[in-house]
Design a binder for this molecule. Sequence first.
Ligand SMILES: Cc1cc2nc3c(=O)[nH]c(=O)nc-3n(C[C@H](O)[C@H](O)[C@H](O)COP(=O)(O)O)c2cc1C
Length: 335
Amino acid sequence: MSSEVATSRRARVEARNFMVGLFMPSMSGGWTVSRATNLDSHRYQFLRKLALIADAYRLDYVFMGGGYTPPTANPFRCRDRITDAVSLAAAFGALTTNPMVIATIHILYRHAPLFIAKLAAGIDEITSGGFSINVVCGLSPDAPSMFDIPDLDHDERYAAATEFVTILQQLWSSGEPVNFDGRYYKTHGAFLDTKPVKKPWPLLVNAGFSEAGKNFAAAQCDWIFIISDRPTDYDSVARRVADIKTRAAREGRPVKVCMHPYVICRETEREVQEVRDHILRNVDAATLERQYQAYMGPQAMTQSHRQTQRVRGRISSFSAPFRFSGRPPRSRTSL
Ligand SMILES: Cc1cc2nc3c(=O)[nH]c(=O)nc-3n(C[C@H](O)[C@H](O)[C@H](O)COP(=O)(O)O)c2cc1C
């Protein structure tokens, strides 16, 4: 390992026992699905400020989600614009020196593995080995027609993704042209002239929740995002961590397990409760419902559906009526 790589972002970050990162609110309105939000949170100038703060506080990663949203008739345009994750990763990689930059890529959306391999090697170069792909294997209901791809059933997506990632890894690490003749992907004589800085290849993360998803993550990915059954169900977290670690051990691989809790940071518990209540009172029920419907069905992204279902349940049991106040209780609610 060269000294440059030894001091790379990834080496520094992965040496920690406990990593802290930031899920960038790169979709309009961010993570709350609430009217108590900044609807311009996806704009670059805002996200840039967050990236610089994350860097100044030496956070371990910035995570950019991704997706394509259909036009909406919803007057409150929560989550209907998502700034491209790969572009943001390149920009934040150039702006910062500390955090890993993780970009979501829907790998099944008819991208050639060689194209993604080269893109990743480029940002890995910019970040001195600090780039990571959040490998998303899900399809939104519109994706097959929008991207002209076969409507693979849920578990088959992970079989296709395994082929895709295998080709990526060969391209990233092989000094020879790559030939691959798979069921879903074929390539002949593909050669990547610019290898990633991080050997043998960049960090791969995944948030699969189904059996197929967890097996894929354990076999192919380095960091795995999980959710709890309920917000304070810590036993379910311990169970999931053990489950993931067992699957990875079967593959003979070390993995890190991550979560993405929503943190409300205020001086006192009372202030935290005020902000929480404000967010819940102003929840954007129409967007939540649309998201819930989109994730339903046998082809659904089970985890996303389960999460949305959970929020939906919590919100309907929240006694206060929905209303739009437009202003958070304290000016510090938004950055
Ligand atoms: C922390 C986290 C981040 C995720 N980010 C995205 C994302 O940016 N875009 C996306 O389409 N899906 C995203 N997902 C969905 C997962 O990639 C996956 O499709 C989902 O959890 C369903 O798992 P399954 O395919 O095993 O059913 C995310 C899930 C989690 C828990």
